[in-house]
Design a protein around this ligand. Structure first.
Ligand SMILES: Cc1cc2nc3c(=O)[nH]c(=O)nc-3n(C[C@H](O)[C@H](O)[C@H](O)COP(=O)(O)OP(=O)(O)OC[C@H]3O[C@@H](n4cnc5c(N)ncnc54)[C@H](O)[C@@H]3O)c2cc1C
Length: 324
Protein backbone atom coordinates (compact mmCIF):
# COMPACT_ATOMS: atom_id res chain seq x y z
CA UNK A 1 0.00 0.00 0.00
CA UNK A 2 1.28 3.46 -0.83
CA UNK A 3 0.12 6.91 0.26
CA UNK A 4 -0.88 7.81 -3.27
CA UNK A 5 0.17 7.93 -6.90
CA UNK A 6 1.12 11.17 -8.63
CA UNK A 7 2.36 12.36 -11.97
CA UNK A 8 5.30 13.94 -10.16
CA UNK A 9 6.78 13.66 -6.68
CA UNK A 10 9.00 16.59 -5.78
CA UNK A 11 11.63 15.96 -3.10
CA UNK A 12 12.25 19.23 -1.25
CA UNK A 13 9.79 22.07 -0.75
CA UNK A 14 11.90 25.20 -0.93
CA UNK A 15 12.75 27.58 -3.80
CA UNK A 16 13.53 24.97 -6.47
CA UNK A 17 10.96 22.37 -5.45
CA UNK A 18 8.03 24.72 -4.88
CA UNK A 19 8.70 26.57 -8.11
CA UNK A 20 8.78 23.31 -10.07
CA UNK A 21 5.60 22.16 -8.31
CA UNK A 22 3.83 25.44 -9.11
CA UNK A 23 4.59 25.08 -12.81
CA UNK A 24 3.50 21.42 -12.82
CA UNK A 25 0.30 21.99 -10.83
CA UNK A 26 -0.68 24.83 -13.18
CA UNK A 27 -0.04 22.37 -16.05
CA UNK A 28 -2.78 20.22 -14.47
CA UNK A 29 -0.37 17.57 -13.24
CA UNK A 30 -0.96 15.76 -9.95
CA UNK A 31 1.96 16.73 -7.73
CA UNK A 32 3.11 15.81 -4.23
CA UNK A 33 5.94 17.72 -2.56
CA UNK A 34 7.75 15.94 0.29
CA UNK A 35 9.72 18.32 2.47
CA UNK A 36 11.80 17.80 5.61
CA UNK A 37 11.61 21.52 6.48
CA UNK A 38 15.26 22.52 6.82
CA UNK A 39 16.32 24.62 3.83
CA UNK A 40 19.93 25.75 3.55
CA UNK A 41 19.21 29.39 4.41
CA UNK A 42 17.03 28.56 7.45
CA UNK A 43 19.36 30.36 9.95
CA UNK A 44 19.28 33.61 7.97
CA UNK A 45 16.95 36.45 8.95
CA UNK A 46 15.91 37.29 5.40
CA UNK A 47 16.23 36.27 1.76
CA UNK A 48 18.08 39.02 -0.06
CA UNK A 49 18.33 39.76 -3.79
CA UNK A 50 14.99 38.07 -4.46
CA UNK A 51 13.28 40.68 -6.59
CA UNK A 52 9.81 41.56 -5.37
CA UNK A 53 10.26 39.89 -1.96
CA UNK A 54 13.53 41.52 -0.78
CA UNK A 55 14.36 40.61 2.84
CA UNK A 56 11.47 38.19 3.34
CA UNK A 57 12.26 35.59 6.05
CA UNK A 58 13.03 32.19 4.42
CA UNK A 59 10.16 30.48 6.27
CA UNK A 60 7.71 33.13 5.04
CA UNK A 61 8.79 32.69 1.42
CA UNK A 62 8.23 28.92 1.61
CA UNK A 63 4.89 29.37 3.43
CA UNK A 64 3.69 31.66 0.62
CA UNK A 65 4.96 29.14 -1.95
CA UNK A 66 3.16 26.28 -0.25
CA UNK A 67 -0.11 28.20 -0.22
CA UNK A 68 0.32 29.01 -3.91
CA UNK A 69 0.90 25.39 -4.98
CA UNK A 70 -1.86 23.91 -2.82
CA UNK A 71 -4.19 26.50 -4.40
CA UNK A 72 -3.64 24.64 -7.69
CA UNK A 73 -4.21 21.21 -6.14
CA UNK A 74 -0.65 20.13 -5.26
CA UNK A 75 -0.15 18.23 -2.00
CA UNK A 76 2.59 19.03 0.54
CA UNK A 77 3.73 16.25 2.85
CA UNK A 78 6.08 16.87 5.76
CA UNK A 79 8.64 14.07 5.81
CA UNK A 80 12.01 12.83 4.64
CA UNK A 81 12.53 10.78 1.51
CA UNK A 82 14.87 7.90 2.31
CA UNK A 83 15.03 6.07 -1.05
CA UNK A 84 13.75 6.27 -4.60
CA UNK A 85 13.59 3.02 -6.60
CA UNK A 86 11.89 1.89 -9.79
CA UNK A 87 9.08 -0.67 -9.80
CA UNK A 88 8.36 -3.27 -12.50
CA UNK A 89 5.99 -0.89 -14.32
CA UNK A 90 8.68 1.78 -14.65
CA UNK A 91 7.14 4.00 -11.99
CA UNK A 92 9.20 5.44 -9.15
CA UNK A 93 8.61 4.24 -5.61
CA UNK A 94 9.43 7.12 -3.27
CA UNK A 95 9.92 5.77 0.27
CA UNK A 96 9.72 8.01 3.31
CA UNK A 97 11.63 7.66 6.57
CA UNK A 98 8.34 7.31 8.49
CA UNK A 99 7.50 4.15 6.54
CA UNK A 100 5.12 5.76 4.03
CA UNK A 101 5.63 5.67 0.28
CA UNK A 102 4.40 7.33 -2.91
CA UNK A 103 4.33 6.27 -6.54
CA UNK A 104 5.35 8.71 -9.24
CA UNK A 105 5.74 8.79 -13.01
CA UNK A 106 8.51 11.37 -12.67
CA UNK A 107 10.67 12.67 -9.81
CA UNK A 108 11.96 16.19 -9.32
CA UNK A 109 14.86 16.15 -6.84
CA UNK A 110 15.15 19.60 -5.24
CA UNK A 111 16.59 18.73 -1.86
CA UNK A 112 19.33 21.36 -1.78
CA UNK A 113 22.77 21.14 -0.24
CA UNK A 114 24.45 21.25 3.14
CA UNK A 115 27.30 23.60 4.20
CA UNK A 116 30.10 21.82 6.05
CA UNK A 117 31.37 24.38 8.56
CA UNK A 118 34.96 24.60 9.82
CA UNK A 119 35.35 22.68 13.07
CA UNK A 120 36.21 25.63 15.33
CA UNK A 121 34.57 25.89 18.78
CA UNK A 122 31.80 28.50 18.85
CA UNK A 123 31.62 29.01 15.09
CA UNK A 124 28.48 27.00 14.29
CA UNK A 125 26.48 28.92 16.88
CA UNK A 126 26.63 32.10 14.78
CA UNK A 127 26.15 30.48 11.35
CA UNK A 128 23.90 32.48 9.05
CA UNK A 129 23.80 35.45 11.46
CA UNK A 130 27.35 36.63 12.21
CA UNK A 131 29.27 33.79 10.52
CA UNK A 132 28.71 34.34 6.83
CA UNK A 133 29.69 32.95 3.45
CA UNK A 134 28.12 35.14 0.74
CA UNK A 135 28.54 38.92 0.41
CA UNK A 136 25.45 39.21 -1.78
CA UNK A 137 23.35 37.48 0.91
CA UNK A 138 24.75 39.33 3.95
CA UNK A 139 27.18 42.08 2.89
CA UNK A 140 24.73 44.96 3.18
CA UNK A 141 23.66 43.84 6.67
CA UNK A 142 27.26 44.02 8.00
CA UNK A 143 28.40 47.04 5.98
CA UNK A 144 31.02 49.24 7.70
CA UNK A 145 31.41 46.74 10.56
CA UNK A 146 34.65 45.03 11.69
CA UNK A 147 34.70 41.86 9.60
CA UNK A 148 37.09 38.90 9.80
CA UNK A 149 37.90 36.54 6.95
CA UNK A 150 38.88 32.99 7.95
CA UNK A 151 41.23 31.74 5.24
CA UNK A 152 40.42 28.21 4.16
CA UNK A 153 43.47 28.39 1.92
CA UNK A 154 45.50 31.42 0.94
CA UNK A 155 43.99 31.99 -2.48
CA UNK A 156 40.37 31.77 -1.28
CA UNK A 157 41.13 33.90 1.77
CA UNK A 158 42.72 36.70 -0.25
CA UNK A 159 39.89 36.55 -2.78
CA UNK A 160 37.25 36.83 -0.04
CA UNK A 161 39.13 39.62 1.78
CA UNK A 162 39.34 41.73 -1.39
CA UNK A 163 35.67 41.01 -2.14
CA UNK A 164 34.31 41.90 1.32
CA UNK A 165 36.39 45.09 1.32
CA UNK A 166 33.62 46.42 -0.93
CA UNK A 167 31.27 46.38 2.08
CA UNK A 168 33.63 47.50 4.88
CA UNK A 169 36.95 49.30 5.29
CA UNK A 170 37.70 47.26 8.43
CA UNK A 171 38.69 43.83 7.13
CA UNK A 172 41.09 41.43 8.89
CA UNK A 173 42.32 38.34 7.06
CA UNK A 174 42.99 35.50 9.53
CA UNK A 175 45.51 33.17 7.91
CA UNK A 176 44.52 30.36 10.33
CA UNK A 177 46.29 27.27 8.92
CA UNK A 178 47.17 28.68 5.50
CA UNK A 179 50.50 30.18 4.44
CA UNK A 180 51.64 33.81 4.31
CA UNK A 181 50.69 36.00 1.35
CA UNK A 182 53.59 37.35 -0.64
CA UNK A 183 54.24 39.22 -3.86
CA UNK A 184 51.14 40.51 -5.63
CA UNK A 185 48.74 39.20 -2.96
CA UNK A 186 50.55 41.05 -0.14
CA UNK A 187 50.62 44.17 -2.29
CA UNK A 188 46.88 43.99 -3.03
CA UNK A 189 45.94 43.43 0.62
CA UNK A 190 48.14 46.30 1.79
CA UNK A 191 46.86 48.63 -0.93
CA UNK A 192 43.27 47.95 0.15
CA UNK A 193 44.10 48.44 3.85
CA UNK A 194 43.39 44.83 4.81
CA UNK A 195 45.18 43.68 7.98
CA UNK A 196 46.64 40.17 7.95
CA UNK A 197 46.75 38.15 11.20
CA UNK A 198 48.88 34.99 11.37
CA UNK A 199 48.18 32.08 13.73
CA UNK A 200 45.56 29.40 14.10
CA UNK A 201 42.07 30.47 15.18
CA UNK A 202 41.03 28.29 18.14
CA UNK A 203 37.64 29.77 19.05
CA UNK A 204 34.89 32.09 17.93
CA UNK A 205 33.69 34.11 20.91
CA UNK A 206 30.62 36.08 21.92
CA UNK A 207 27.33 35.90 23.75
CA UNK A 208 24.15 36.39 21.77
CA UNK A 209 26.27 37.99 18.99
CA UNK A 210 29.80 37.23 17.81
CA UNK A 211 32.37 39.56 19.38
CA UNK A 212 35.74 38.21 18.28
CA UNK A 213 38.19 35.41 17.53
CA UNK A 214 40.70 33.75 19.84
CA UNK A 215 44.08 32.69 18.45
CA UNK A 216 46.28 29.77 19.55
CA UNK A 217 48.68 32.37 21.03
CA UNK A 218 45.88 33.47 23.38
CA UNK A 219 45.44 36.80 21.64
CA UNK A 220 41.82 37.93 21.07
CA UNK A 221 40.88 39.98 18.00
CA UNK A 222 37.56 41.83 18.14
CA UNK A 223 35.21 41.36 15.17
CA UNK A 224 31.46 41.56 14.66
CA UNK A 225 31.23 39.20 11.69
CA UNK A 226 33.30 36.33 10.35
CA UNK A 227 33.39 35.17 6.73
CA UNK A 228 34.14 31.53 5.97
CA UNK A 229 34.45 29.35 2.87
CA UNK A 230 32.47 26.17 3.58
CA UNK A 231 32.24 23.26 1.14
CA UNK A 232 28.63 22.67 0.05
CA UNK A 233 27.48 19.07 -0.43
CA UNK A 234 24.37 17.92 -2.33
CA UNK A 235 21.72 16.21 -0.19
CA UNK A 236 21.18 13.30 -2.52
CA UNK A 237 21.67 10.04 -0.57
CA UNK A 238 18.11 8.92 -1.40
CA UNK A 239 19.02 8.80 -5.12
CA UNK A 240 21.88 6.31 -4.66
CA UNK A 241 19.76 3.21 -5.43
CA UNK A 242 18.98 4.72 -8.84
CA UNK A 243 22.71 5.13 -9.49
CA UNK A 244 22.70 8.92 -9.12
CA UNK A 245 25.67 10.06 -7.07
CA UNK A 246 26.95 13.60 -6.45
CA UNK A 247 30.32 14.38 -7.98
CA UNK A 248 33.04 16.66 -6.64
CA UNK A 249 33.00 20.31 -7.76
CA UNK A 250 36.15 22.43 -8.08
CA UNK A 251 36.97 26.09 -8.57
CA UNK A 252 40.48 25.90 -9.94
CA UNK A 253 42.09 23.24 -7.73
CA UNK A 254 39.89 24.02 -4.73
CA UNK A 255 37.18 21.51 -3.83
CA UNK A 256 34.00 23.53 -3.24
CA UNK A 257 31.64 20.62 -2.62
CA UNK A 258 29.59 18.03 -4.48
CA UNK A 259 26.65 18.27 -6.88
CA UNK A 260 24.31 16.00 -8.80
CA UNK A 261 25.29 16.07 -12.47
CA UNK A 262 22.51 17.32 -14.75
CA UNK A 263 22.62 16.36 -18.40
CA UNK A 264 21.20 19.68 -19.62
CA UNK A 265 19.81 23.01 -18.33
CA UNK A 266 16.36 21.45 -17.77
CA UNK A 267 17.82 19.38 -14.91
CA UNK A 268 17.46 15.98 -16.62
CA UNK A 269 19.77 13.56 -14.80
CA UNK A 270 21.48 10.44 -16.09
CA UNK A 271 18.35 8.46 -15.15
CA UNK A 272 15.38 9.02 -17.49
CA UNK A 273 12.42 10.43 -15.57
CA UNK A 274 14.50 11.88 -12.73
CA UNK A 275 15.20 15.61 -12.80
CA UNK A 276 17.19 17.73 -10.36
CA UNK A 277 17.19 21.49 -9.70
CA UNK A 278 18.58 24.12 -7.36
CA UNK A 279 21.56 23.94 -5.02
CA UNK A 280 21.92 20.18 -5.38
CA UNK A 281 22.93 20.78 -9.02
CA UNK A 282 24.67 24.16 -8.70
CA UNK A 283 26.01 24.77 -5.16
CA UNK A 284 26.53 28.51 -5.66
CA UNK A 285 23.02 29.16 -6.99
CA UNK A 286 20.97 31.73 -5.08
CA UNK A 287 17.27 31.55 -4.24
CA UNK A 288 15.99 33.29 -7.37
CA UNK A 289 18.21 31.05 -9.53
CA UNK A 290 17.01 27.92 -7.70
CA UNK A 291 13.41 28.99 -8.30
CA UNK A 292 14.17 29.54 -12.00
CA UNK A 293 15.84 26.11 -12.25
CA UNK A 294 12.81 24.47 -10.61
CA UNK A 295 10.53 26.25 -13.05
CA UNK A 296 12.56 25.01 -16.05
CA UNK A 297 12.63 21.45 -14.70
CA UNK A 298 8.86 21.55 -14.17
CA UNK A 299 8.31 22.54 -17.80
CA UNK A 300 10.71 19.82 -19.00
CA UNK A 301 8.92 17.17 -16.91
CA UNK A 302 5.55 18.24 -18.30
CA UNK A 303 6.93 18.02 -21.86
CA UNK A 304 8.35 14.57 -21.07
CA UNK A 305 4.94 13.38 -19.80
CA UNK A 306 3.17 14.84 -22.84
CA UNK A 307 5.56 12.94 -25.13
CA UNK A 308 4.87 9.70 -23.27
CA UNK A 309 1.10 10.23 -23.33
CA UNK A 310 1.15 11.08 -27.04
CA UNK A 311 3.15 7.94 -27.81
CA UNK A 312 0.67 5.81 -25.85
CA UNK A 313 -2.27 7.47 -27.58
CA UNK A 314 -0.74 6.74 -31.00
CA UNK A 315 -0.12 3.10 -30.03
CA UNK A 316 -3.70 2.75 -28.77
CA UNK A 317 -5.13 4.30 -31.90
CA UNK A 318 -3.01 2.05 -34.15
CA UNK A 319 -4.06 -1.06 -32.24
CA UNK A 320 -7.73 -0.03 -32.50
CA UNK A 321 -7.35 0.36 -36.26
CA UNK A 322 -5.58 -2.99 -36.53
CA UNK A 323 -8.53 -4.75 -34.89
CA UNK A 324 -10.91 -6.46 -37.37
C1 LIG B 1 23.14 31.17 5.71
C2 LIG B 1 22.70 31.32 4.29
C3 LIG B 1 22.06 32.47 3.88
C4 LIG B 1 21.65 32.62 2.57
N1 LIG B 1 21.06 33.78 2.17
C5 LIG B 1 20.66 33.92 0.91
C6 LIG B 1 20.07 35.15 0.47
O1 LIG B 1 19.93 36.11 1.24
N2 LIG B 1 19.68 35.24 -0.83
C7 LIG B 1 19.83 34.21 -1.71
O2 LIG B 1 19.42 34.35 -2.85
N3 LIG B 1 20.41 33.05 -1.33
C8 LIG B 1 20.81 32.88 -0.05
N4 LIG B 1 21.39 31.70 0.34
C9 LIG B 1 21.45 30.58 -0.61
C10 LIG B 1 20.12 29.80 -0.55
O3 LIG B 1 20.04 29.15 0.68
C11 LIG B 1 20.01 28.79 -1.68
O4 LIG B 1 20.19 29.43 -2.92
C12 LIG B 1 18.62 28.13 -1.70
O5 LIG B 1 18.28 27.64 -0.42
C13 LIG B 1 18.59 26.98 -2.71
O6 LIG B 1 17.27 26.51 -2.80
P1 LIG B 1 16.98 24.97 -3.02
O7 LIG B 1 15.49 24.88 -3.18
O8 LIG B 1 17.85 24.41 -4.07
O9 LIG B 1 17.44 24.23 -1.66
P2 LIG B 1 16.96 24.48 -0.16
O10 LIG B 1 16.43 25.85 0.03
O11 LIG B 1 18.10 24.06 0.72
O12 LIG B 1 15.75 23.49 0.03
C14 LIG B 1 15.91 22.10 0.02
C15 LIG B 1 14.68 21.52 0.71
O13 LIG B 1 14.71 20.10 0.59
C16 LIG B 1 14.41 19.51 1.84
N5 LIG B 1 15.03 18.17 1.86
C17 LIG B 1 16.35 17.85 1.86
N6 LIG B 1 16.51 16.51 1.84
C18 LIG B 1 15.25 15.99 1.83
C19 LIG B 1 14.75 14.65 1.80
N7 LIG B 1 15.58 13.59 1.76
N8 LIG B 1 13.40 14.47 1.84
C20 LIG B 1 12.55 15.53 1.87
N9 LIG B 1 12.98 16.81 1.88
C21 LIG B 1 14.31 17.04 1.85
C22 LIG B 1 14.98 20.47 2.86
O14 LIG B 1 14.35 20.34 4.11
C23 LIG B 1 14.68 21.84 2.21
O15 LIG B 1 13.42 22.33 2.59
C24 LIG B 1 21.85 31.56 1.64
C25 LIG B 1 22.52 30.39 2.06
C26 LIG B 1 22.94 30.27 3.36
C27 LIG B 1 23.67 29.04 3.79
Amino acid sequence: MTNGEYDVVVVGGSAAGLSGALNLARARRSVAVVDSGDPRNAPAGGVHNYLGREGTPPSELTAVGRAEITGYGAVVLEGTVSTVTRDDDGRFLVSLADGGSLLARRVLAASGARDVLPDIPGLARYWGKDVLHCPYCHGWEVRDRPIGILARDLETGVHQALMWRQWSEDIVLFLHTSGEPGGAQAQQLAARGIRVVAGEVTAVEGQSRLTGLRLASGEAVQRQALVIAAPVHARAAYLADLGIKPVEQFVGEQLIGTAVPAADPTGATTVPGVYAAGNMVIPMMQVIGAAAAGLAAGAAINADLIAEETERAVEASLSRRAQP
